[in-house]
Design a protein around this ligand. Structure first.
Ligand code: CDP
Ligand code: MG
Length: 767
């Protein structure tokens, strides 16, 4: 968390100047002239669709306009703004907190998985769509929000799509409640001539021309909210006998759909003819270039293009933005560019600024800051910079034409995350980023023919992703008829069927498809159901400590560090942690070894919010200290230990942070999190299988494996400790497809354990 503190401001005048500057910047945004129209439209309509060029000010300004116009004056009410990516939620919240002049977490905050930064005073909360979906489980009518903004609607992420349907229902229910409350009040207040009728919280009842301004006094109207539990809650039961204080504070729900580009017709039809406001942007022409030949290595091409552009154009003309597929691409290109920079003249250097979903908050600011003198900034971004985040000062865009896309094949049960070509619509957005300050240039690292072959738009995620987790959430939110849910685009029946079957096999649903007790328990965790199942079973097997290690370890790509040039040394170093049972125990061994060293070698305190201000500064590994707090000496010792053993210190700390949070949840649910099975590997593997029984494969005579679901031929990935070993059967974390289907994160298991782990799926089978 940022330790931004008013009292720490050394120079009050600086802060005042900053405020004036920000206020001026706000007024210069294209959206500013539409301010009154936007407020009026939202005020008059239940749902408003706002379409506006990236950078016009939708995400940062509209919530502030509503705040200033008094939409969330009552104590405990606020505006939620969803973002598909966590890095957008955190960085935009930070910017808006600065603009509002508040500490991040006070009036403006954010909520992302495993990291919350808001309080009961928060008025504008940026959160991931997944987080808002989870909030529906504890606050089924989202009563604390008077306005919900679904941003980046054109991205059509799985969770935003589900929220479309849920919010429509919530809006309708809240309207009915407002009406019922009004009727009730009218009846009961005939005697004392009420001037504040039941619609006092209904914006439509406000005088048309009168726009209210916030008096900055949130406590003036102290109405506490009732947190209604899903099952007990019946929105229709406005009980006339209840005392006045028991009436929940209910207002109509305003929905705002925002996007840079969208199929307005489709959206307005879905949202009952909601008005569409178009915000005109300030876009300069962008000249687009294509390569003559297809490029075999886009990273290499990107590298060459950056250096060529940098040398051939005036370094003061503007910065360069490169679109890449993900963190790995970004890190690789960053390395290449840093090497090239050594050979550039002193007066004409470059500096890199990466931005991708998992980038720690402390490192995000670099993209918004200007480069040092005589240096040009090269921003390396994923598609996050397409529409979610506007980076100032860009004149040149280099588009590799790829992104990472999630897919799922319900037939064979394989999920994928593959580098794939983008859509035409994405390509247009990417080139648009070059035209914000002046005429711009976009270099597409593919041929014009290849551009023509791209799809117009990407298929919505709901049609290509595994649905298990969202269906569990829908069920937990009381939506039983999954097939008849109000989808904008319905998922395929086989995908729904396969998700229901998996939930049944996990015992989250009963025979009739209703949520079981275990299912509601599982839905409490912000985890994929397979992981919450593992935690649940760990109680029985008395290995919760190890189960927590494993579940948390899944939050990062890998804890091990194997640089290409030192792969052999790394493999040697990793041998000491290796378990004959495979990768899962290898991870547990490593965590145990680290903890052991920590205990004996150093004293370490896991980060907690209260001590954020004491976070040490100026230590080499920037970024990690928001995850775990060490004193400097211990931090250095632990980092050295990790370096020596080829362990990714940053990722390991992230694992500990996530582990702590899941552990806290377990404790809240009454689980003893200290149980450990010592070295009894069998207990942990059986427990793991209780969630992962779908991900098993049996050895074939030719040394390959055959997956139990889908009967695919599977090979063990070379990165696994089980590579070139033969086990009669295996369990794996995931299958990845490159030239063959590979299993990653593999452990050896006994075939007999599989039917024990999932009696519902394999109970009667004979292996
Ligand atoms: O949502 P939309 O794309 O319409 O724009 P926005 O995200 O609200 O951004 C409005 C302006 O704020 C842009 O010019 C950004 O460059 C600027 N901004 C910034 O300078 N720093 C941030 N951290 C976020 C936004
Ligand atoms: Mg935006």
């Amino acid at each position: 968390m940022e330790s931004y503190n008013h009292t720490n401001n050394k120079n009050g005048r600086n802060s005042q100047n900053k405020k004036i500057l920000l206020s001026k910047q706000r007024q210069e945004l294209p959206i500013y002239s539409a301010r009154e129209n936007i407020i009026q439209s939202i005020y008059k309509n239940d749902t408003t669709i706002v379409v506006g060029e990236t950078g016009s000010g939708k995400t940062t300004q509209i919530p502030q306009y509503l705040l200033e116009a008094g939409f969330v004056k009552e104590f405990g009410t606020s505006i939620a703004v969803t973002q598909p990516r966590r890095v957008a939620a955190t960085s935009i919240a930070k910017r808006v907190a600065d603009e509002v002049g508040t500490r991040l977490g006070d009036k403006v905050g954010y909520g992302i998985r495993f990291d919350n930064c808001f309080s009961k005073y928060t008025k504008i909360k940026y959160l991931t769509d997944g987080m808002l979906l989870r909030e529906v489980l504890t606050d089924p009518l989202l009563l604390k929000y008077k306005v919900v903004v679904l941003d980046e609607a054109h991205e059509r992420t799985l969770r935003t799509d589900i929220l479309f349907g849920m919010l429509k229902t919530i809006q309708k229910k809240r309207e009915e409640m407002v009406k019922a409350n009004a009727k009730k009040k009218k009846n009961s207040s005939k005697a004392h001539n009420s001037q504040e009728n039941g619609n006092s919280n209904n914006f439509n009842s406000m005088p048309k021309k009168h726009i209210m301004f916030d008096q900055d006094n949130e406590n003036q109207n102290d109405i506490s909210l009732k947190n209604t539990k899903p099952k007990n809650h019946n929105p229709d039961s406005t009980d006339n006998d209840k005392k006045k204080d028991d009436t929940p504070f209910v207002s109509k729900l305003k929905i705002i759909i925002m996007s840079a580009t969208l199929d307005a017709e489709k959206f307005l039809q879905y949202f009952n003819n909601a008005p569409v406001l178009y915000i005109s942007g300030r876009q300069f022409p962008v000249k687009t270039f294509y390569t003559y030949e297809p490029q075999s290595d886009y990273l290499d091409s990107a590298h060459t293009t950056v250096i060529q552009l940098h040398l051939e154009t005036n370094p003061n003309s503007g910065d360069i933005l490169v679109f890449l597929s993900g963190q790995e691409d970004i890190e690789n290109l960053e390395k290449l560019l840093k090497e090239s920079n050594l050979h550039l003249p002193q007066y004409n250097k470059i500096c890199t600024a990466p931005i991708y979903a998992a980038l720690p908050q402390k490192l995000q600011n670099k993209v918004f800051e200007s480069a040092p003198p005589h240096t040009r900034k090269i921003v390396l971004a994923t598609n996050i910079a397409e529409t979610s985040i506007t980076i100032p000062g860009i004149k040149y865009v280099i588009d590799t034409g790829v992104h990472k896309s999630r897919g799922y094949d319900p037939r064979i049960g394989v999920e994928s995350l593959l580098v794939e070509p983008i859509s035409k619509s994405s390509a247009r957005q990417r080139s648009g980023r070059a035209g914000r300050i002046d005429h711009g240039y976009c270099y597409r690292l593919y041929t014009e023919d290849d551009y023509e072959k791209l799809e117009e738009n990407e298929v919505p995620e709901i049609k290509r992703r595994q649905l298990t987790s969202v269906i569990l959430t829908l069920k937990a939110a009381g939506i039983d008829d999954i097939l008849r849910f109000d989808y904008m685009d319905a998922p395929s029946k086989p995908a729904i069927k396969s998700a229901l079957l998996e939930l049944y096999a996990l015992e989250a649903l009963d025979e009739s498809g209703n949520l079981s007790k275990l299912g509601s328990w599982m839905a409490e965790f912000p985890l994929d159901p397979v992981y919450s199942k593992v935690l649940y079973e760990s109680v029985k097997h008395k290995c919760t400590s190890e189960a927590l290690d494993l579940v948390a370890a899944h939050s990062v790509e890998s804890i091990f560090f194997s640089p290409v040039d030192k792969r052999h040394l790394a493999a040697e170093a990793h041998k000491q942690f290796q378990s004959i049972d495979g990768d899962h125990w290898t991870v547990i061994n490593l965590i145990k070894a680290f903890n052991e060293y920590k205990l004996n070698g150093t004293k370490v305190v896991i980060f907690d919010q209260d001590s954020a201000d004491e976070t040490p500064e100026n230590i080499e590994s920037e970024g990690i200290y928001e995850e775990v707090e060490y004193n400097k000496e211990d931090g250095n010792k632990l980092e050295a230990w990790c370096r020596k053993n080829f362990i990714n210190f940053k990722n390991l700390n992230h694992v500990f942070k996530v582990r702590k949070q899941i552990e806290n949840l377990c404790i809240k649910m009454g689980i003893d999190t200290t149980t450990s099975c010592g070295n009894d590997t069998e207990q942990v593997l059986i427990c793991l299988l209780s969630g992962f029984f779908y991900k098993c494969a049996m050895l074939q005579p030719d040394g390959t494996y055959r997956s139990l679901t889908g009967s695919q031929t599977v090979h063990i990935h070379p990165s696994s400790t089980m590579f070139r070993k033969r086990a009669s059967s295996i369990v794996y974390d995931q299958l990845v497809f490159t030239n063959k289907l590979y299993a990653k994160g593999v452990s050896s298991i006994q075939p007999a354990w599989i039917s024990i782990a999932s009696p519902r799926l394999y109970g009667n089978s004979n292996f």
